[in-house]
Design a protein around this ligand. Structure first.
Ligand code: BGC
Length: 470
């Protein structure tokens, strides 16, 4: 992902601020890792949960999707939480709920308690997925901010992979309780890590605690007085621009356009169908005719390809630009899903070769997502909002991410049972074709332009697709 360039012109960090930077990196990694663990962990556990509790596909959809409902609620409340409690304490609350939620899931005596545990986990991730990038952006020096945020994205995919691998390991004994419980361990590490971190200097300044903010910055920047003074002045300057949120949304038609664009972007990301695979991969491999062991290993392979393709994306995104990357990604995803659907028209593919080809096309789809919509939609959502409405705009799009994520999780098995496997994949393939068109019509190219430039053009009423034009 690219850096949010132009947000605040702060000088590069001195080398001896490196140890604080390392701690920030660690935090970034752990919050992203937890996000990913949460997404990934349920796929391998499902078949065992279904057998143990004797529940229907529809009830299983709720077990999967209740987490996203909690996350949507967490994303809604965390704007308020992170400004009143502060970023650090919000993250501590998130980490605490994460540990409670994972243990609750592991020990659940019934499907309804399991669903409640998943909601708690979701709230934790809703809080962490909003607050962690915010905290990182506020505490990291400008020079490494972009890298920190992309590390966070990479760790989401790594978390998914780790969850897939750990599910695979526990699948031999069929112990879904261990699968769901073991993620409490990184949760506890995350919590411990948070206690040693300082409050965000920007949040301290927002509360008028100038002396404490300067102390924190001195520690973070290795005692460079000049740089700290400059950074304090920059933050104070930015804080003069109050967040107007909903009031701005009501008053200003141009701001409404960027909010709706963010909402659309996140809905597009989810309706690519990526999470169908993240949540139900073993079930998809089962439909292709594979036995349990192969289902689990192919799922782990999906996770690995997702990480590798994200790494590649991070290297090329800033050179290619947003729109060409999105066109390529949506086209690749449409082809991948179209072919998977076609191969499964008469049920499982008939030969070994055909089966393998279908797996490869599913992996092609994963590459399409990980190189484009995965990291890029988050980048675009943070780039298109004007400064005084940024918190509100990002909260609205993040909320949409979780709600549409839930819809996808909640309908997949019903779609398979209702319209059929091939038709379900074609439906998602069709969405990706539609997104090619929407990218052409509505999405701006924001590569290499400052946020101020985008804001000026948005507020001047330029067409959305032109707000990034030089
Ligand atoms: C999406 C998640 C998805 C993940 C997969 C993220 O960008 O927001 O919903 O599960 O990518 O790598």
């Amino acid at each position: 992902m690219s850096s949010v360039s132009g947000a605040s012109p702060v000088a590069a960090a001195p080398a001896h601020g490196a140890s604080s930077v390392f701690i920030i990196g660690l935090l970034a990694s752990l919050a992203g890792l937890m996000f990913g663990l949460d997404i990934g962990v349920i796929s391998g556990a499902q078949s065992f949960i279904q057998k143990d509790f004797h529940i229907s596909d529809h009830a299983l959809e709720w077990v999967v999707s209740s987490m996203m409902l909690g996350a949507a609620a967490g994303a809604l409340g965390c704007g308020w939480l992170s400004s009143s409690l502060g970023r650090k304490r919000s993250l501590i609350l998130g980490g605490f709920l994460f540990v409670i939620g994972s243990l609750g899931c592991a020990l659940a005596p019934s499907p309804s308690i399991l669903i409640m545990g998943r909601i708690v986990l979701g709230v934790a991730i809703g809080i962490a997925s909003y607050t962690a990038p915010l905290y990182i952006a506020e505490i990291a020096p400008e020079a490494i901010r972009g890298r920190m945020i992309s590390t966070y994205q990479l760790m989401i995919t790594s978390g998914i992979l780790v969850a897939f691998l750990s599910d695979t390991a526990f699948s031999y004994s069929g112990s879904w309780r261990w699968m769901l419980g073991v993620i409490a361990v990184p949760g506890i590490l995350f919590l411990l890590g948070l206690f040693v971190l300082p409050d965000s200097p920007r949040w301290l300044l927002m509360r008028g605690e100038k002396k404490e903010a300067a102390n924190v910055l001195m520690r973070l920047r290795g005692g460079e007085r000049d740089q700290v003074d400059k950074e304090m002045a920059d933050i104070e300057e930015q804080l003069k621009q109050p967040q107007m949120g909903f009031a701005l949304f009501r008053q200003n038609a141009n701001f409404r356009r960027s909010v709706w664009l963010g909402v659309l972007l996140q809905a597009m990301q989810q309706f690519t169908g990526m999470n169908v695979v993240m949540y139900y991969a073993p079930r998809i491999f089962q439909a292709m005719g594979y036995a349990t062991e192969a289902q689990m290993w192919f799922t782990a392979l999906v996770g690995l390809i997702n990480v590798l393709a994200t790494l590649i994306a991070m290297a090329v995104i800033d050179h290619w630009g947003r729109k060409p990357t999105l066109y390529t990604g949506f086209a690749v995803m449409a082809i991948g899903l179209g072919v998977v659907g076609t191969m499964m028209m008469g049920g499982a593919p008939s030969s070994h070769g055909m089966q393998l080809f279908t797996v490869i096309m599913l992996l092609v789809f994963i590459v399409g997502f990980a190189m484009s919509a995965g990291p890029l939609i988050w980048t675009l959502c943070s780039e298109i909002q004007p400064l005084k409405g940024r918190d509100f705009g990002i909260a609205a799009s993040t909320f949409t991410n979780w709600i549409t994520n839930m819809i996808v999780g909640l309908t997949f098995l019903s779609l398979l049972n209702g319209i059929g496997t091939a038709q379900t994949f074609w439906l998602y393939g069709g969405f990706n074709v539609l997104f090619l068109l929407l990218t052409f019509l509505l999405i701006p190219e924001t590569k290499g332009v400052t946020l101020e430039h985008i804001e000026t053009r948005l507020m001047a009423g330029e067409k959305l697709r032109d707000i990034g034009r030089q």
